[in-house]
Structure formats: structure tokens, C-alpha cells
Design a protein around this ligand. Sequence first.
Ligand code: HMG
Ligand code: MG
Length: 314
Amino acid sequence: MTDLPMVVPAQGLPSRVRIHEVGARDGLQNEKATVPTDIKAEFIRRMAAAGLTTIEATSFVHPKWVPQLADAEALFPQISGIEGVDLPVLVPNERGLDRALELGARRIAVFGSATETFSQRNLNRSVAESLAMFEPVIARAKASDDDKVHVRGYLSMCFGDPWEGAVPVRQVVGVAKALLDLGCDELSLGDTIGVATPGHVQALLAALNEAGVPTGALGVHFHDTYGQALSNTLASLQHGVTTVDASAGGLGGCPYAKSATGNLATEDLVWMLDGLGIETGVDLAALTATSVWLAEQLGRPSPSRTVRALSHKD
Ligand code: HMG
Ligand code: MG
């Protein structure tokens, strides 16, 4: 058993990738049993110690909609002092923004949908109504020139929707442009239910470029339902994407999208990037140990293939 892949670079790939770690938010939001706040804080501290520098921490949403993250006010002060780490938080509306700013959050993420059905189910709003809800949030985040809050826009259901089926690329480009026009600094393309395949990913990226969206403004957010997340990530890197969302240990899902499973596991991603000689700053052994520790807290093994391989005792 080897602990690291052999390094063999490939042509046409970036030299560095920024991992946007979502395990503490996208990963834990789906857990049925309440995870104690102290465990969440320890999880985030351990991920930071393993070299992750963008760690999405929690959501300031309605506590009834996502009960697992109802402790955002208690959690955020426990972690906000970690050196050198950005801690974005999800914020759907002005009420969420007030809560986040009160605690000193400097990075927020609004989250829209390319489809009407998911928008209704996740935000209780049509797509147009959700954009109207985000508008003052983003405007306020950007209000002061010298003290701007970084705004990420998520766009869910970019490839398929469990109620509407395949989602036309043109429809996705329309909502993507609308979110960027509102002032989002970056846009993360969500394959919420994991149905994308590499050609579809490259077609969407190309269509966004044609519509005037630079690749540098885009991140990718793949769930791994059909085992395609890593292939889709490689296709994105070949297109020039350098921001990749992943979840430590492959935790995750979305409570408002049936069939959504965990995100691309951060360890699986780092194994591939390490093998390609692409820098991430992440210590794979330390991150794996973190996911093994969290799996013990949750009472079941991590679904990540790399975590399983590296933590095998034989
Ligand atoms: P609503 O029921 O329409 O809310 O929910 P409302 O605006 O009508 O307000 C109703 C009450 O909720 C009011 O209280 C508000 O103050 C309160 P009342 O006056 O009745 O006492 N309220 C809040 N309280 C605390 N924090 C808030 C907040 N907002 C309103 N922020 C709402 C609309 C957007 C709030 C709701 O639908 C919601 O919270 N949705 C969140 C759903 C969610 O978090 N989903 C998971 C994240 S998305 C995801 O996982 C996908 C992603 O990973 C990408 C991918 O994979 O594709 C990002
Ligand atoms: Mg997600």
C-alpha cells in the first residue's frame, strides 16, 4: 500500500488548484443526527491544519429548513480566529446577511437554481423571485469600497434536475449571467444530483465563455452520485477551471434534492491532483486522518475511496 501517488504531470492543466472545501456545510447539512457544535468546530480546525484555506463553515438559513446548521451563531465565533483561512457562509436573504455580518463573516454565498422546481423547493421562490431576494444582499455586501465582502454565487441543477430532467445549457447560461450581473465575484456551477458527464461539462463551460463569462470567474461543484465527479473535474481543469469544490471524506447531499449524494471527496481530488503534480497546499495524510476521525464521530465509514484505501489497516 502506498501513501501518495507517483507524480506524472499531464499537458494542458493548471499548476495550482484552489479547493473550496464544503464538507462542514454541504456535507453536514444532510446528517440526520445533530452533530455537536464542538465537533463541527474541531472538524474545521483539523481541515485548516491539513492545509485547506477556503472552508465553507455553515449557513445562515432558516433553522427550520436546515436544522443541522441551526447552531451557526454558536459555531462561527469558535472558528473565526483561525489564521489564514477564509470561512464562507451561505446566506439566502437579507436576514441571513444580517446574521452573518453581525458575527464578522467576510465571505458569503448566495445560492440560486437553474430550474424553477428546485428554486421553489429550496428557496420557496421562483428563479426571478430568488434573484430579487439576492439583489439587496449582494448590493449591501459590495456597498463599501474599502470593506467589501466577497460574494460567491452558487447555481444548482446546472446539468439535470430530479423533477425537470435534463437542463438545457441555454437556460443555465441565462441564470448564470443574471447572478454575475448582480455582482457575484465568482460562480460555482452545481451538479446537485451528480448526473453530469465530461462532454456536458465542457459544453456548458464553452457556452458560458461564449456568453462573455471568463473561466476565471467559475468554480465547479460536483456531487458524485454516478461516480462521475472526478472525470467531470478533470474535464473542467482541461478547460482552465482552477477552483474546485469538494467535501472532506465525500460527505454530503442536499436535503431539498432527492437523489443528491455526497460531493466529490476532497481526498479523491487531492490524490489525483498530487499525481498530476498540481499544487493544492493540502496534506493528504492529515486530511485523511481528519475524515477518519469525523467518520468515527458520525458512526459510519467515509464513502471516499481514497480515505478507505489510505486508512486500511492491513
Ligand atoms: P421562507 O419561509 O419563504 O421565508 O423561506 P420568509 O422570507 O417568508 O420568512 C419567514 C420567516 O423566516 C420569518 O420569520 C423570517 O424572519 C424567517 P417570522 O417573521 O415568520 O418570525 N427567516 C429567517 N430566519 C433566520 N435566518 C434566515 C431567515 N430568512 C427568513 N436567513 C428561505 C425562505 C430562503 C429563508 C428558506 O427557503 C431557506 O432557509 N432555505 C434554505 C435551504 C437550504 O439551505 N438548502 C441547502 C443549501 S443549497 C445546496 O445545498 C446546493 C449547493 O450545495 C450547490 C449544489 O449542490 O447545487 C449550494
Ligand atoms: Mg452541493
